[in-house]
Design a protein around this ligand. Structure first.
Ligand code: NAD
Length: 687
């Protein structure tokens, strides 16, 4: 049984029991309908409690969405129709998380009781959807439009206390089931009409119509290019401005529109790929991760400080090691600054910050590493320095400790050779700012053991990161692909595009930042230094633009000028940069031309896809989806486009090849499609 039926005095408890997560799968929906009908027919039953063994449902069954069973009757709307028709009180007993369809089920009950640690919300926008079973309507009627707009467009999971304040819950109780039973008895005994969220009108009366225009504009900026958050605004507006039945219909229509949208499919792909990426082929659940109770980070610079914050935020004591008290002080100042900004924004409390800061220690002495379980090295990107430090770490840290490096490009095996424990050496590549960016690209060395891999994959999740495993090569997955994308941007500059045009096209596609703005952020000197160490095939060349930028002091944001002129973070065009670029075109004998936006987009996305294919071919990434996850979580690729590999599949792999072949004769060998791309094109998909 997926829904247990049991009598507690004169109240029926319908207990959802559908491991592992109590998803609202077909059998659960059937069980609920059956239980409600049975309770309706039994005169001895005065009320119903809907609860769950473990957590309340956190939404639809994702696997059923793929198979179509999610849309087989009875759908959630049918269950809700039964609930509305029965005439006996139904109370939800919420434990764990009631999210999405699970919370819509709870909102249809006549009252809701939750445990103190429960969380509730309608996070459908994350999957490109809006709630489609009255969620936006009932939420808005109970909590008011402002709270609904904030929570539903933001995919918030509200703590029980906040949900109670907002009117979404009726009570919080240590034993929500017992409280829900007596709640149902009280409702049955009162003789009053049953309370329904859908009939509440106090909070939707006299709403300023301007509110919705304001929110639409806000959402357009915050969730640029995304359909679902806009549709949430419309559904909530309908709740406040249309007659009830019509508003429910509007929500359903908007939901169906989202469900059929390409964005929903892309976001669903990202959702699945993210889960899939946690699995390491050949390393099963029998390989238990080591526990990480204490950590150290070597190098208190930009990355080291951010990584230390990740540990502290997760409650793991961490020691920062650097060469001098001054360097440590600078690192700690940075950390305090980030925390102060979080408090000012309201995303962290003073108490949480004090607690996190109390977990961060500093030292200049390797002896302080004698009881750590993992060390993450984040010193300058210098192979010899890193090797020296690893030898030191090997001497001073416990035998079981994992020694990880945050290198962006260097050979993990060369670093591992400097130790007596290469099986415990691994890459843990964080992204800047490390305490914010979700991606953790873990890098497997030739000798890295399965246990070490399992540990860093699990650690990523403890730190709230999204892990992807990469093989050891220059640039791993993300930066290796990025160099071709960045290089192509410069070729486009040589051929006639301006930095503004390129960045505008990429940002309109949905990237957080265009390639040249990104260069300015990372520093053109840094970009040039990395490139200088790379060798290219003989028949290839780098554009000289980056070098010229670096050598003329146009370092980017940090020097106030790069591809743009900066005041703070706001950028404006620099005519001198265009002159520099035009000079390069002249020197190279390239006749500048007008390049259509669509060509710019194609020119930048194809190199990502082709290099991604080579990465698959070499086994550097296990799955195309892993590459998508790297790009979505580490490089600002729009999640609603699914990542570069998903984009290529949707574009049509055959067509991707045609485009590349058309450009190869004039644009060089890098435009020749990879073998793995050709193979995939035959099947029409990567797998
Ligand atoms: P950074 O220059 O900000 O910091 C480096 C820190 O290492 C400094 O505090 C320095 O004092 C310290 N250090 C140098 N030698 C040391 C030694 N012998 N012992 C202890 N500490 C020492 O550098 P960063 O930007 O934080 O980069 C660190 C690493 O992270 C590099 O490998 C880099 O490639 C990688 N990385 C950087 C970024 C980024 O965006 N900055 C992103 C991902 C990875």
């Amino acid at each position: 049984m997926t829904t247990n039926y049991r009598l507690a005095a004169d109240v029926v408890v319908l207990e959802i029991d559908n491991p592992p997560v109590n998803a609202l799968s077909l059998r659960v929906r059937e069980g609920l309908v059956e239980g409600i009908r049975r309770a309706a027919a039994d005169p001895a039953v005065r009320g119903i409690v809907i609860g769950a063994k473990g957590s309340f449902p956190a939404g639809a069954d994702i696997n059923e969405i793929a198979t179509g069973l999610a849309f087989a009757p009875p759908i959630l709307l049918d269950v809700q129709a039964e609930m509305e028709a029965i005439g006996k009180p139904i109370v939800a007993a919420i434990t764990g998380t009631a999210l999405g369809g699970g919370f819509e089920l709870a909102l249809t009950c006549h009252a809701r009781v939750a445990s103190p640690e429960a969380r509730v919300g309608l996070p459908e926008v994350k999957l490109g959807l809006i709630p489609g079973a009255g969620g936006t309507q009932r939420f808005t009627r109970l909590a008011g439009p402002e709270a609904a707009l904030e929570a539903i467009t933001g995919a918030a999971q509200l703590p029980a206390s906040r949900a109670l304040e907002l009117g979404l819950l009726d009570a919080i109780a240590a034993d929500p089931l017992a409280e829900a039973v007596s709640f149902a008895q009280r409702l049955a005994g009162s003789g009053a009409p049953l309370p329904r969220a859908s009939a509440r009108a106090e909070k939707i009366a006299d709403v300023d119509p301007q509110l919705f225009a304001t929110w639409r504009a806000k959402v357009a900026k915050k969730y640029r290019g995304q359909l679902a958050p806009q549709r949430v605004c419309e559904a909530i507006e309908a709740a406040c401005t249309k007659e009830r039945a019509e508003a429910f219909k509007i929500e359903r229509k908007l939901y169906l529109e989202c469900r059929e949208s390409p964005q929903r499919k892309a976001l669903m792909h990202v959702f699945h790929a993210e889960r899939e990426a946690r699995r390491i082929p050949g390393v099963g659940p029998e390989v238990a991760p080591q526990s990480i109770r204490r950590a150290a980070v070597v190098g208190a610079g930009t990355m080291g400080a951010g990584i230390a914050m990740c540990f502290a935020n997760a409650g793991i004591p961490v020691t920062l090691l650097d060469v001098s008290p001054d360097a440590l002080e600078r690192g700690m100042d940075g950390i305090r600054g980030h925390y102060a900004a979080s408090v000012a924004r309201g995303s962290l409390t003073h108490e949480k910050v004090d607690w996190a800061l109390s977990l961060i220690g500093t030292t200049t002495d390797y002896d302080a590493l004698s009881s750590v379980d993992i060390v993450i090295e984040a010193v300058f990107e210098d192979p010899e320095l890193k090797r020296r430090i690893f030898a030191e770490l090997d001497r001073h840290s416990p035998e079981h400790a994992i020694l990880a490096t945050n290198t962006s490009t260097l050979d993990i095996d060369r670093i591992a050779e400097a130790t007596s424990r290469p099986q415990q050496v691994v890459g843990t590549h964080f992204f800047s700012p490390a305490h914010v960016m979700k991606l953790m690209e873990n890098v497997r060395g030739a000798k890295t053991s399965p246990r070490t891999l399992a540990t860093v994959m699990a650690l990523a999740r403890t730190l709230g990161k999204v892990p992807v495993l990469a093989g050891n090569c220059d640039g791993f997955i993300g930066n290796r692909m990025l160099q071709y994308y960045g290089a192509e941007a410069e070729r486009l500059l040589e051929e006639g595009a301006s930095p503004e045009q390129i960045d505008r096209v990429i940002e309109a596609f949905g990237f957080a930042m265009g390639p040249l703005a990104m260069r300015d952020l990372a520093g053109n000197d840094v970009g040039w230094a990395i490139r200088r160490n790379r060798t290219l095939p003989e028949d290839e060349r780098w554009s000289p633009i980056l070098q010229r930028m670096a050598e003329s002091g146009r370092l980017g944001q940090k020097s106030g000028r790069g591809f743009y002129l900066y005041e703070g973070r706001s950028r404006r065009s620099d005519p001198e940069v265009l002159a520099l670029i035009e000079g390069v075109s002249r020197e190279l004998g390239i006749e500048r031309r007008e390049i259509p936006d669509a060509q710019i987009l194609a020119r930048l996305l194809h190199p990502l896809v082709n290099e991604g294919a080579k990465i698959l071919e070499e086994g550097i990434a296990a799955r195309a989806g892993d590459i998508d996850i790297v790009y979505v979580n580490g490089y600002g690729f729009p999640a609603y486009e699914g990542g570069p590999m998903f984009w290529a599949e949707r574009e049509g792999l055959e067509r991707v090849i045609e485009t590349m072949e058309a450009l190869a004769p004039s644009h060089g060998r890098r435009w020749q499609p990879a073998q793995r791309l050709r193979q995939a094109a035959e099947r029409g998909r990567w797998t």
